[in-house]
Design a protein around this ligand. Structure first.
Ligand code: GLV
Ligand code: MG
Length: 326
């Protein structure tokens, strides 16, 4: 390991994160009763300008009066370039900041953006005498945010997670799509002709590089990488494929923009029984190897070594977190 220590963000289950518009208070009850790990009540892009004030008061009431069943609670504030953002923070934190676990900062572009929000949140927490420190989740969804993702990731002790906001990222980079996430037939490889002249098209994942870059920045700073929205809520298979790609790269969770996506995210982002079984067998095999003075052995015909212990411990740790949630 490097001599540089990586401090890990507080361990929270973040397999699924449900987006609920702050203006849609009729959806709150269902969200509160759902199986989601994290709820973010939105003040930003799912709320029309004329509804911002009503969304704030709905959210204050919901945080104070509704039983959210121990879920992690977050609000997505408006961007720092709007005149809504300061009121989002001041009004909601003053009235219900002690009920809030996280604040989601959209379209974060620089470390200074994080610093500015941190300063304001710190003042409100101090003035109100709140004991619990509110954490930050950042949406990496602009070219600027992606360019500065490493600096953003280490900009505050409050930082807990980075989220890939594929819709705004596409808009910001002017990627050729109007969908929210998913794949694009234009991002494909056409094979050279075979002997019989036939050619095959292999679809690629146009978001691979962006997501992988964000995962590295998150992990290098002890944060949770979370994959963002998948817009087509009538395509559970497409959603699961996207979630599986994200999980394979190291993401711990994915957004749900519809309640039907919660179970899909929880399923994909939880280690399977077979994964846990293999992880436990790796730990046993490596403990025996160590006793025998060996650093590497074979299990099921494959080499395992000390790196395998770290992989297995990640899986077993996640399984324990899930079991603790019940
Ligand atoms: C999320 O905010 C996104 O833009 O995808
Ligand atoms: Mg966005």
């Amino acid at each position: 390991m490097s001599f540089h220590p990586i401090e890990q963000a507080p361990a929270r289950l973040n397999r699924s994160e449900l987006a609920v518009p702050g203006s849609a208070d009729q959806m709150f009850e269902k969200a509160a009763k759902s199986d989601v790990d994290v709820v973010f009540l939105d003040l930003e892009d799912a709320v029309a300008p004329d509804d911002k004030a009503r969304a704030r008061s709905n959210i204050i009431q919901a945080l104070n009066d509704l039983d959210w069943g121990g879920k992690t609670m977050s609000i997505r504030i408006n961007g720092l370039d709007t005149h809504y953002m300061y009121r989002d923070l001041v009004e909601i934190l003053e009235a219900a900041g002690d009920k809030l676990d996280l604040i989601m900062i959209p379209k974060v572009g620089t470390a200074a953006d994080v610093y500015a929000v941190d300063m304001l949140v710190t003042q409100i927490e101090d003035a109100k005498g709140y004991k619990k420190r509110i954490g930050f989740e950042h949406i990496i969804e602009t070219a600027l945010g992606m360019q500065n993702v490493g600096e953003i990731a280490k900009a505050s002790k409050r930082n807990e997670s980075l989220h890939f906001g594929v819709a705004d990222y596409a808009a910001s980079t002017r990627a050729r799509t109007t969908q929210i996430g998913g794949v694009n037939p234009n991002y494909s490889v056409l094979t050279d002709p075979a002997d019989d002249g036939s050619r095959a098209t292999h679809w690629g994942d146009m978001w691979h590089h962006a997501l992988a870059t964000m995962v590295v920045a998150a992990r290098a700073n002890g944060l949770r990488p979370i994959d963002g929205p998948f817009g087509d809520f009538q395509d559970p298979e497409g959603y699961k494929a996207a979630a599986n790609r994200a999980a394979t790269l190291g993401c711990e969770g994915k957004w749900a923009i519809h309640p039907s996506q919660i179970a899909l995210a929880n399923e994909v982002m939880s280690p399977s029984a077979a994964d846990i079984d293999r992880a436990e067998r790796i730990l046993v095999a490596m403990a025996e190897a160590e006793k025998a003075g060996k650093g590497a052995v074979s299990l099921d015909g494959r080499l395992i070594d000390y790196a395998s212990i770290r992989q297995a411990e990640n899986l077993v740790g996640k399984a324990k977190q899930i079991a603790a949630k019940g």
